[in-house]
Design a protein around this ligand. Structure first.
Ligand code: G3H
Ligand code: 13P
Ligand code: NA
Ligand code: ZN
Length: 328
């Protein structure tokens, strides 16, 4: 049954668990996530990026979510817009049945200029007003996702920030977080602690210098009732990198966010954990394996079914690790 992000994260906070938010672009990913959730009795956050909406089409996505909801009526399901970039994106998502939207007013931010902060507050507050009129939830974002390790941020569109950027320009400032939540009334707040999107987050297993979980703890201390969101939270498991490379892939050695760091975050207010890359890698590693080991195969189902199974297993693992299992 459809549920808002606020309802789900309130329950998660009360019971001390986190919820993975998996990105969805197609039927196979939807089936994999729901199958995993049903197997362990976990509530679900499905999220679609703007890219997913244009890939699948809004009508297709909306009907797919309805279908998944009908197939698994006992699983609480939140449908969320990932990284909405303007008010219209959020409004049209809600029109298509999304129960939650992210207004990412940090996408425009260069660093921490006062003008960018004001822009973020203003547009996020307008989206909160609009969404709350019709009973949808809103996630805002404060801070810049990007590598601390490389001494500079990357804009979330992948372009580098001009000039040197210091650690504290990338990390979310706790004082500003307090002000932002008060001013916008967001239901959940995405914060920056050194993660970035995609597979190439860290060139070594991250320590506290490049993955600043202390920032999460400090913000939670200041905002104990705010649901925190971690983006860029794929772990990029070694076994999936190995599998991908074993069958002709060329992925340079990389490190993601260790699951134990996410679990530490969940102890300090993190309630929504965004994961896309791990799901992509789980599926495409299987495509490579099938293609390499059965060169005469041309039935797409012979690729997609084992790929779905691999993604299902990964999702199930995260539901169990984050304590989501058993809370449907
Ligand atoms: O924000 C990043 C998510 O992984 C979505 O990626 O924009 O390629 O669909 P995408
Ligand atoms: P990953 O690239 O680490 O999976 O992050 C996904 C994300 O943050 C989507 O908003
Ligand atoms: Na999001
Ligand atoms: Zn993200």
């Amino acid at each position: 049954a459809r549920i808002t992000l606020r309802q789900l994260l309130d329950h998660a906070a009360e019971h001390g668990y986190g919820v993975p938010a998996f990105n969805i672009n197609n039927m196979e990913q939807g089936l994999a996530i729901m199958e995993a959730a049903a197997a362990v009795d976990a509530p679900v956050i499905l999220q679609a990026s703007r890219g997913a909406r244009s890939y699948a089409n809004d009508i297709m996505l909306a009907n797919m979510i309805d279908a998944l909801d009908q197939m698994y009526p006992h699983i609480p399901l939140c449908m969320h817009q990932d990284h909405g970039n303007e008010e219209a994106t959020c409004a049209t998502a809600i029109k298509y049945g999304f129960t939650s939207v992210m207004m990412d007013g940090s996408l425009k931010a260069d660093a921490k200029s006062a003008a960018d902060y004001e822009y973020n507050v203003d547009i996020t507050r307008r989206v909160v007003d609009m969404a709350h009129w019709v009973g949808a939830s809103v996630e805002g974002e404060l801070g810049v996702l990007g590598s601390l390790e490389h001494g500079g941020g990357e804009q979330e569109d992948g372009h580098g920030i001009e000039g040197p950027v210091s650690h504290d320009q990338l990390l979310t400032d706790p004082d500003q977080a307090v002000d932002f939540v008060r001013a916008t009334k967001v239901d959940a707040l995405a914060i920056a602690m050194g993660t970035s999107h995609g597979a190439y987050k860290f060139s070594r297993k991250p320590d506290g210098d490049i993955l600043a979980m202390k920032v999460v703890e400090e913000i939670h201390r200041r905002l104990p009732n705010t649901h925190l969101v971690m983006h860029g939270s794929s772990s990029v498991p070694q076994h999936l990198q190995d599998e991908f490379n074993k069958f002709g892939g060329e992925m340079p050695q990389t490190w993601g966010v260790p699951v134990e760091e996410i679990v530490r975050g969940i102890k300090h207010g993190v309630r929504k954990v965004n994961i896309d890359t791990d799901c992509r890698l789980a599926m495409t590693a299987v495509f490579r394996k099938v293609a390499a080991s059965n060169k005469s195969e041309f039935d797409p189902r012979k690729f997609l079914k084992p790929a779905m199974d691999a993604m299902r297993d990964l999702c199930r693992e995260r539901f169990e690790q984050f304590g989501t299992a058993g809370n449907a």
